[in-house]
Design a protein around this ligand. Structure first.
Ligand code: HEM
Ligand code: HEM
Length: 190
C-alpha cells in the first residue's frame, strides 16, 4: 500500500533544509553588500556561507537519494493540472537545491581563494580561472533568484490549500500522529 503522507525522515529533512536555505539566502544577499576592507568581516561571513552551503550540498544529495529509495507518496487528490503543477514545482525546487551548492562551490574553486569548511582549509582543486568563476557566479546568482521565486510560489500554494481549500495538505508534512491520521483520511491512496 502507498503511504498517504511523507515519512518522518523526509519531513525532518524538509523543515531542516527549509530553515537552512532561507537563512543561507538571507546571508548570501546580505554578505555581498559588505565592504571589501581590511577588517576581514566580509571574508569571515563568506566562509560561513560557504561552509553552510557545503552542508546543504550534502543534505540535498541525501534527500534526493532518500526520495528515490522511499515508497512513492501519491499525488494529492486535486485537479490533474494542479497535480502536474505541484510535481513540476517540486522537481524544479529539487534541481535548484542541487544547482545552488554546486555552482557556489565550483565558482569558489575557480576564484583562486582557499575554501574553508568551518575553519578547516580544503585542498586546492584548481588554479584561478576568471572566465569559469564569472560564469558559475552568474549561474549561482540567477539560480538564487529562481529559487526565491519558487519558494514564494510554494508558500503561496501552501496558503491556498490552508486558507482557501482548507484541506489537510500540511498534515502530510507534519511529524505528529494526529496529522498522520487526518492525512490518511483525506488522501486515500489512488
Ligand atoms: C526553502 C524552503 C522550502 C523548500 C526548498 C521546499 C521544498 C519542498 C519540496 C521539494 C517538496 C516536495 C516533497 C519532497 O519530496 O520533499 C515540498 C513539499 C511540501 N512543502 Fe515545502 N519547501 C520549502 C518551504 C516550505 C514552507 C515554508 C512550507 C509551508 C509553510 C512548506 C510546505 C510544504 C508542504 C505542505 C509540502 C507537501 C506537499 C504535498 O504533499 O504535495 N514548504 N517542499
Ligand atoms: C543551498 C545552498 C546555497 C544557497 C541557497 C546560496 C545562496 C546565495 C545567495 C542568495 C547569494 C547572493 C546572491 C548572488 O549570488 O549574487 C550567494 C552568494 C554567494 N555564494 Fe552562495 N548559496 C549556496 C551555497 C554556496 C556554496 C556551497 C558556496 C561555496 C562553497 C557559495 C558561495 C557563494 C559566494 C562566493 C557568493 C558571493 C557571490 C559570488 O561570488 O558568486 N554558496 N549565495
Amino acid at each position: 500500500m502507498q503511504p498517504a503522507r511523507y515519512d518522518r525522515f523526509s519531513v525532518t529533512l524538509h523543515w531542516l533544509m527549509a530553515a537552512l536555505i532561507l537563512g543561507q539566502i538571507a546571508l548570501g544577499l546580505w554578505m555581498i553588500g559588505l565592504p571589501k576592507d581590511s577588517t576581514g568581516l566580509r571574508a569571515s561571513w563568506f566562509n560561513v556561507h560557504k561552509s553552510l552551503g557545503m552542508v546543504l550540498g550534502l543534505l540535498i544529495v541525501l534527500r534526493l537519494a532518500w526520495a528515490l529509495l522511499r515508497p512513492r507518496v501519491p499525488a494529492w487528490p486535486q485537479a490533474r493540472r494542479l497535480q502536474l503543477a505541484a510535481r513540476g514545482a517540486h522537481g524544479l525546487l529539487y534541481a535548484l537545491m542541487l544547482v545552488m551548492p554546486l555552482s557556489g562551490f565550483l565558482s569558489s574553486v575557480f576564484s583562486g581563494y582557499p575554501i574553508r569548511f568551518f575553519g578547516m582549509q580544503l585542498p586546492k582543486l584548481a588554479a584561478r580561472w576568471e572566465g569559469a568563476k564569472d560564469l558559475l557566479s552568474g549561474v549561482h546568482h540567477i539560480s538564487a533568484l529562481a529559487l526565491i521565486l519558487l519558494i514564494v510560489l510554494h508558500v503561496l500554494a501552501f496558503l491556498y490549500h490552508q486558507l482557501v481549500l482548507k484541506d489537510a495538505l500540511l498534515q502530510r508534512m507534519r511529524w505528529s500522529d494526529a496529522g498522520r491520521r487526518r492525512a490518511k483520511q483525506t488522501a486515500a491512496p489512488q
